[in-house]
Every structure is written in C-alpha cells, then in structure tokens.
Design a protein. Structure first.
Length: 153
C-alpha cells in the first residue's frame, strides 16, 4: 500500500523508526554514567601519552575501570536493544510486502556491497541509506541540544 510515493513513504517510515528508537534511548540513557565513561576515556588517553611506570600502572587500573563501566552501559542498553529489535522485526515484513516491487533512484551514485557504484537500489538499501542519514542528523541535533542545555545552566 503506497501512500504518497514509494520514496517518500519509506523515508517517512525510516524517520519514524529512527525517531522512536532515539527517543527511547534518550529517555533511558544514564547520562551520569556516560559522562563518567567519557571522562575516564579522556584520562586513559592522557595517561597513554606518558612513558613513566606510574602512568602505565594508572592506565592498567583505568582500563579495568573502563571495562566495568562499559559492562554497566551494556547491561542498561541491552533491554532497549532487544525491544528495538522486536519492533524492527515486526515492522519490516509490512514494509517489504508493500515496497519490494519498487526501484528507488539515489540522488548520487553510492558504492554498495559489490563495491560497484549504483544509482538505484531496492527498498532495503533505500531504507538503510535514509535511516543512516536520519540517525546522523539525530546525533547532531542531540549534541546541539545538550550543548544548549549546558549553556543554560
């Protein structure tokens, strides 16, 4: 069932899916944990530039702490990832059924799996490229919002 045209439809669906998943992540993200992880990574990078024995021991200690922090982040994000995967798997058969017969022109040649440049793709390739674009834009918007929030503090 095509609403407007196949390209616009798939783009709208991709936007909605990306927005939904990003909102879930935004609401459930432990910002304090992520800030600690970022600071610890920065500290490790600084320590790795040094060559003294004390710094090497500090790097080992900080790396162990980084592993623990990363495990905590993974434990918090795993349920969200599983829910996202379930939603994704429920939606995709409907998109495929509706848009499989269509060929989607691309605005510029894109290197694809076969390492050849293509000017058109199927629904899955188009969905992938559009959702990748929306995800990148959402990341930029998130950074801008966080920066604006810090300036307002």
């Amino acid at each position: 069932m095509v609403w407007i045209n196949p390209g616009v439809d798939v783009a709208v669906i991709a936007f909605c899916v990306v927005a939904f998943f990003n909102m879930i992540r935004w609401k459930t993200e432990d910002r304090a944990l992520m800030k600690t992880l970022k600071e610890k990574n920065k500290r490790v990078r600084e320590l790795m530039k040094r060559t003294d024995k004390h710094s090497k021991k500090e790097v080992e200690k900080a790396n162990r702490e980084l592993i623990e922090l990363n495990m905590r982040v993974m434990k918090k994000t795993m349920p969200i990832t599983l829910v996202s995967l379930a939603v994704f798997m429920a939606v995709f058969p409907f998109i495929r059924a509706a848009y499989e017969p269509f060929v989607f022109p691309l605005p510029f040649p894109v290197p694809w799996i076969d390492m050849q440049f293509h000017t058109q793709t199927n629904w899955l390739g188009y969905y992938f490229l559009v959702s990748l674009t929306f995800s990148a834009a959402a990341g930029v918007i998130k950074k801008l919002v966080l920066r604006a929030g810090k300036k307002g503090d």
